[in-house]
Structures are given as C-alpha cells and as structure tokens.
Design a protein around this ligand. Structure first.
Ligand code: NDP
Length: 445
C-alpha cells in the first residue's frame, strides 16, 4: 500500500468530506509500514475495504414542534465494519452533523472497538437535529421519529447504537421505548439505557473514568501521578463531567470547563461540590457554563474561546473534534503541559498532534483513551445477554483492566527506538491488526 495514493483516491471518490479524510490519513500514516509486511493484505485490497463503510443509511426525519410546525431533519447510520462483532457506536444529535463527521467517527470507532478486546464492530449515526432549546416533549417526538426509520436497520446482534454528543440517558430512553413499540420486542438494542431497563452501572461514568485511568497509566511511565496536578478540561457534558470527577478523586485540580459558547477558569479549582452544581446545571436545567461564573466568586468567564491558553500540567479535551489547533498546541507546550489525554473524538488537528509528539510530551488519541465508554457498553451487552447485572465495583474493575490493556497494547506497538511512546501509532496498529486478520479469514465479502 502507498498511503498517499489510497488517500488521494478516497478524496476523489468522496470529495467534501474533510473530517473523514483527516481520520483516514491519520490511521494510514501510522499503519503503512506494518501493513506492507503482509503482502496478503494488499492482494485482497484490504485497505480500501477497511476505509470504505460497509453501508450507509440516509433518511428524512419529520416531527412536529410545540407550535404545531412540521419540521424536517436528516438522519444517518454509518455501518462501517462488522468483522469482529455487531456494528456498535453512538448516535450524535447536533446541528453540525453531516456524513463526513459520521464517516470519520464510524471509521475511528472500528479501531477503538477492536482495541477494547470486546467483540464489537464499528458504526456511528446521528442527525442534524439540535436538542438545544428544545422542550422535553419535542426531544421525545424527535427520538420517536428518528427511530421510526432506524429500527429496521439495527438489532442486538446486528447493530447496537449508544449515546454521543446531544444524546444522553434521556434520549436513549426515548429511542429504546420507540424501538420496543415498533418491533414488539424487548432487547438490548441500545446501550446507555436506564438502570431500570437493562442499563449497566458505571456506563454514564465510563468514558470519563476510563480517560483518567488511561492518563494515570501514561503518567506512571514518567514515575508520577495526578496528585497536585492542574488540569484544563474542555466541555461540560457527559465525558467532561466524569473526567473531572475522576481527576478530583485521584488528587488533581480542575481549573476549567467549557461549552460551545466559552469557558470558565476557576483559580480555586472546581471541586466536587462545584462539579455537582455543574452537573445539575447541565443535566437538569440544560443551562450554560457562563452561569458558573455568576454563581461562584473569583471565576473568569471567557466567551467564544477555548481554555488552551491557560497554564496547567495536563489538558483533557472532552468537547468535540478539532478543538485543539496547532496554535493552541504550541501554547500548551510553551506553558509546560506534560500530558494531553483525549476524552473527545479527534479533538486535536493533525498539525497539533505533531507539536505534541515533537515536544515528546505524553499524548493519547481518543480512540485509545476514550474507549472506556464503548467498553462498558460492551459489558452492558453482555449483561443483557446473560440477563444479569453486575455491581458497580465489578464493572469499574473490568473497565480499569480494559484501559490498562489498551495502554499496554499502545506501548507494545507504539514504542519508538528512543523510548518515546507514540500512542497514535500504537493504538492504530493494535486496532488494525485484529480487524485485518478477521477480514482475511472471512474472505472477500
Ligand atoms: P455531550 O453532549 O454530553 O457534551 C458535549 C460537550 O461539548 C458540551 O459541553 C458541548 O457544549 C460541547 N460541545 C459540543 N460541540 C461543541 C463545539 N462544536 N464547540 C465547542 N464545544 C462543543 O457529549 P459527550 O460528553 O458525550 O461527548 C463529548 C465528546 O466525547 C465527543 O467528541 C464524543 O464523540 C466523545 N465521546 C463520547 C462518548 C460517550 O460515552 N458519551 C464515548 C467516547 C467519545 P454545548 O452544551 O454548548 O453544546
């Protein structure tokens, strides 16, 4: 394989999909050497078959708002690869959703799920519907309308969606209810469900907790831990909240959180009590992070900006893709950051990744460090299948073990001759090899 040629070809066939091209480029650039050690892969054109999704569903979603207006949104499900298990990946509701973003997420998900050691393929779906400013009744009607089309393409052994940006426990609950009604079947078709109807303990916490477990392993390689370390967190949704909680539990100090309007900087640190306040603000009142600065003393609110110009030991991007620019990465390095661990998917642009790697700081790509969420989703599927539920301690211990395992694999495949661990390379090779071998064994299909 010549990575450049494969990418150019994909760009010509699928123009105007920059996020998809970016994700493919990052993976191909790091697996090329390993891939070329296996001439059998090339013979069966494995790389193209792995980059192009198995199938994509695109559909119109009609729903009625509270004023009686008939509204139209687009819905999508990208089923990328099911070589190692049923398709699995979240659903995103956000105004920015388009096929390029979902194709990048589904592609990444395939490698991430492979890394978890659990039997899950890769998928992603969503809609350009924005829950922001919508009433609970409108969100419910939208979820039902979305599922009215999606239900025929998913199933507990076919494709198991979960949450993502704009889709939390509430939305998963509405979609599960709709699926159950349309199919007349109660099954583990979605993960991130409520505890009362098959959800797993620790699923809400899993992505954030897993992110910090991974960070701890990286810090361990430098003989240190989180005690007394200052952290910049972006986002204030699910992943950011539980990343912050675990940082606090392990002795770190959280200086910032954000949303799409701006960020807050609290020099005294966002402690557990203040974090509880944020959780209530975001999860129940669906408020804005700006309100935190109005509630607590000495807090700075910076509208329209991201927190990366602040000084801290660690950066934990937990909002969205491409939120750390090259400039931001340079500022972080100049300010002495020692580790960047991604809770979000692809939050760092390629040039910024180079800045971190050239500076030889610890840098973990989301497909490794945020794999805790889908891992516990996998454990939720297992519990649904055996019709039992495990205790919080059991699930947390399994999550911890999985994150350690992912870290070990990154070190195994990503350690460079000078001892620096290239976690991007490690994660990509480890994730890729398993899927590639499964695809080879199953023939050209
Ligand atoms: P939530 O919807 O709960 O929170 C998203 C947060 O990011 C909100 O604070 C939101 O602000 C902010 N945000 C969203 N879009 C933008 C934007 N364009 N610019 C700036 N801020 C933005 O989502 P999650 O916490 O679940 O997801 C966050 C990230 O983590 C995503 O990249 C997701 O793919 C990834 N992820 C999530 C997993 C999960 O289990 N939930 C698993 C693995 C990865 P606002 O309120 O203003 O929209």
């Amino acid at each position: 394989m010549n990575a450049k040629e494969v990418l150019e070809n994909l760009k010509q066939r699928f123009p105007n999909e920059p996020e998809y091209h970016q994700a493919v480029e990052e993976v191909l650039g790091t697996i090329e050497e390993e891939y070329n050690k296996h001439p059998e892969f090339e013979k069966f054109n494995l790389i193209e078959r792995l980059c192009i999704p198995d199938r994509i569903y695109t559909f119109r979603v009609n729903w009625i708002d509270d004023n009686g207006n008939y509204r139209t949104n687009m819905g999508y499900r990208v089923q990328h690869n099911n070589a190692i298990g049923p398709y699995k990946g979240g659903i995103r509701f956000h105004a920015s959703v388009n096929l390029s973003i979902l194709k990048f997420l589904a592609f990444e998900q395939t490698f991430k799920n492979s890394l978890t050691t659990l039997p899950m393929g890769g998928a992603k779906g969503g809609s350009d519907f924005s829950p922001r400013g919508k009433s609970a009744a409108e969100v419910m009607r939208f979820c039902q309308a979305f599922m009215l089309e999606l239900w025929r393409h998913i199933g507990p052994d076919t494709d198991v969606p979960a949450g993502d940006i704009g889709v939390g426990g509430r939305e998963v609950g509405y979609m599960f209810g709709a699926y159950k009604k349309y199919t007349h079947e109660f099954s583990g078709v979605l993960t991130g469900k409520g505890r009362e109807f098959g959800g797993s303990l620790i699923r809400p916490e899993a992505t954030g907790y897993g992110n910090v477990y991974f960070l701890m392993e990286m810090l361990k390689t430098k003989g240190t831990d989180l005690k007394g370390k200052t952290c910049l967190i972006s986002g204030s949704g699910n992943v950011a909240q539980y990343t912050a909680q675990k940082v606090l539990q392990l002795g770190g100090k959280v200086l910032t959180m954000s949303d799409s309007d701006g960020y807050v900087y609290d020099p005294n640190g966002i402690d557990q009590e203040k974090l509880n306040w944020i959780m209530e603000l975001k999860n129940q009142y669906r408020g804005r992070i700006r309100e935190y600065a109005e509630e607590f003393e000495g807090v700075k609110y910076v509208p329209g900006e991201k927190p990366w110009n602040e000084v801290a030991d660690i950066a934990l991007p937990c909002a969205t893709q491409n939120e750390i620019s090259e400039e931001a990465a340079k500022a972080l390095v100049a300010n002495g950051v020692m580790a960047v661990c991604e809770g979000a998917n692809m939050p760092t642009v390629p040039a910024a990744i180079k800045v971190f790697q050239n500076a030889k700081i610890l840098y973990a790509p989301g497909k490794a460090s945020n794999a805790g969420g889908v891992s516990v989703s996998g454990l939720e599927m297992t519990q649904n299948s055996i019709r039992l539920s495990w205790s919080a301690e059991e699930v947390d211990a399994k999550l911890h073990d999985i994150m350690l395992d992912i870290h070990r694999n990154c070190v195994k495949y990503g350690t460079e001759p000078d001892g620096y661990v290239n976690y991007v390379k490690g994660a990509n090779i480890a994730g890729f090899m398993k899927v590639a071998k499964a695809m080879m064994a199953q023939g050209v299909i």
